[in-house]
Design a binder for this molecule. Structure first.
Ligand SMILES: NC(=O)c1ccc[n+]([C@@H]2O[C@H](COP(=O)([O-])OP(=O)(O)OC[C@H]3O[C@@H](n4cnc5c(N)ncnc54)[C@H](O)[C@@H]3O)[C@@H](O)[C@H]2O)c1
Length: 450
């Protein structure tokens, strides 16, 4: 370990792959990031408060479906290890924070994971280190929450470097924000090709972070401040949330007008400019789209500024599970069956196709609504053999084998995993409600699209 005292030394250390990197939070974001750096021959230490995850990784096993144990074994050979001990940070030159930023039940930001992380890391920081917050958050978090906490709790009056400090010396800590833009389940865009946005508290922090991330991402985008980088991430996700709400609303109109919204979107997509396709569904899920916009609407209130698009999009998207359940109820009704007492199989409960992530999944709300209406609900999902109790759900069920679809009054497709054989599923079902257009092109009286 060589402690550097100037920025050129720091950059040279990165170029020589001598930078020791700590990743705090080894979840869906932090673990793949740790493996990418390890692949690039950096020494990586992963920190997590979950001792079970730490033990799993140190045993060379994986807990994320798309990460093969071989990746972890390769990283271990390059020096990767996981720990729960924050004292390990003293050895590290760069500390990247990838902890959760969920919402409280009243839709306000729950910053407790970020603040407990900063509390735990601050006593182990030293001059010349780079700290980067990657967790999605409200604009102003790095400057107004993270930096003051580090300066208050850090050792021996350690300061965070600001632009009024002298040139290239690193007599304090460098702090940046760099949002994670990963798209889980996206096999088309390699992570390396997603440009990495960086906003440092000062130019040294931006340059150091750009050099570090430049080793694993093909392009970095330097911004003028952490707040601008924080806002960039929110703009991206709000753009997505609002456009999904728009097509969800238009889908309902198209259904009433007997127009196929999917055909319309495909046709509109042929326009070479000014249109980007978004697709309707049973509601939004995951740790980002249903959550992040509310970080901004919460922050906007402090500036007395309205965020009407965010509120409206939230309203439309959150109403989709109820729309899906009503559609299933009407379809059953046409066959002389009531939803109360009906046997319903929810097909796919992950929040989107081909991921093993249940967070904020619309399937959980659909489950709840169906049960409240008196239906007897089962599920199938290749990624979840069983589901117990978690944040906002108590399913306590095992996945139903697909050869039993014929036993159900209604099969309700919520998540269109690519492993499903839709022709066979429709064939074996009594009624097939499709919220994803997975049955496109199929002609069957059993299919109800919504
Ligand atoms: N999942 C995604 O696709 C995605 C994409 C872009 C951005 N993000 C953002 O990245 C951040 C992390 O999301 P995630 O999906 O990886 O979350 P996650 O829940 O999968 O992982 C977070 C990890 O942090 C650990 N942790 C919590 N508190 C800690 C602490 N004080 N110290 C050390 N470890 C701690 C947890 O045990 C967990 O392993 C969030 O802000 C999220 O909004 C996520």
């Amino acid at each position: 370990m060589i402690y550097t005292s100037t920025l050129p030394d720091w950059l040279a250390q990165v170029a020589a792959r001598e930078t020791h990197i700590a990743i705090i939070g080894l979840g869906y974001v932090g673990l793949p990031l740790a493996l990418l750096f390890a692949e690039e021959r950096f020494r990586v230490t992963g920190l997590d408060i979950d001792a079970e995850k730490v033990a799993t990784l140190n045993d060379g096993r994986s807990y994320i479906h798309r990460i093969e144990p071989e990746h972890i074994a390769t990283a271990k050979k390059a020096g990767f290890r996981a720990t729960t001990d924050f004292a390990a940070l003293q050895e590290c030159d760069a500390i990247l924070i990838c902890v959760p930023t969920p919402l409280h039940p009243d839709h306000t930001p729950d910053m407790s994971f970020v603040t407990s992380t900063v509390e735990a890391l601050a006593p182990h920081t030293r001059a010349g280190q780079l700290v980067v917050l990657e967790s999605t958050t409200w604009p102003g978090t790095t400057d107004e929450l993270v930096v003051p906490m580090i300066e208050r709790l850090g050792r021996n009056g350690l300061r965070v470097l600001r632009n009024d400090d002298s040139d290239d010396s690193l007599e304090g800590l460098m702090v940046s924000f760099s949002p994670e833009r990963e798209d889980p389940g996206n096999l088309i865009t390699p992570r390396r090709e997603i440009p990495k946005v960086i906003g440092g508290v000062d130019t040294r922090a931006t340059r150091a972070a750009a050099a570090l991330y430049g080793a694993i991402f093909n392009r970095t985008v330097a911004m003028s401040s952490p707040a601008a980088a924080e806002m960039t991430k929110l703009l991206e996700n709000i753009y997505r949330c609002v456009n999904i709400a728009l097509v969800n609303e238009l889908k309902q109109l198209c259904l009433a007008m007997n127009i196929d919204i999917w055909e319309v979107i495909d046709a509109a997509s042929t326009k070479p400019f000014g249109f980007q396709a978004f697709y309707p569904g049973p509601g939004i899920g995951g740790h980002c789209i249903p959550v992040d916009p509310f970080y901004l609407s919460w922050r906007a209130k402090q500036f007395n500024q309205p965020t009407r698009f965010i509120e409206l999009a939230g309203e439309v998207n959150e109403a989709m599970p109820a729309f899906v359940v009503h559609t299933a109820e009407r379809a059953l009704g046409r066959e002389g069956k009531a939803l109360a007492g009906a046997k319903v199989l929810v097909l796919g409960i992950a929040y989107k196709r081909d991921v093993d992530d249940l967070r904020e999944s619309p399937a959980l709300t659909i489950f709840e609504l169906l049960e409240r209406a008196g239906a007897s609900v089962s599920y199938n999902d290749p990624f979840f053999d069983e589901v117990g109790v978690g944040r906002k759900y108590t399913l306590k069920r095992r996945s139903t084998p697909l050869d039993r679809v014929g036993e159900f009054d209604c099969v309700l497709l919520v998540t269109d995993h690519s492993i499903y054989d839709y022709e066979a599923l429709v064939e074996g079902s009594k009624l097939f409600v499709d919220t994803r257009n997975a049955t496109r092109g199929m002609v069957s009286e059993k299919i109800v699209r919504c």
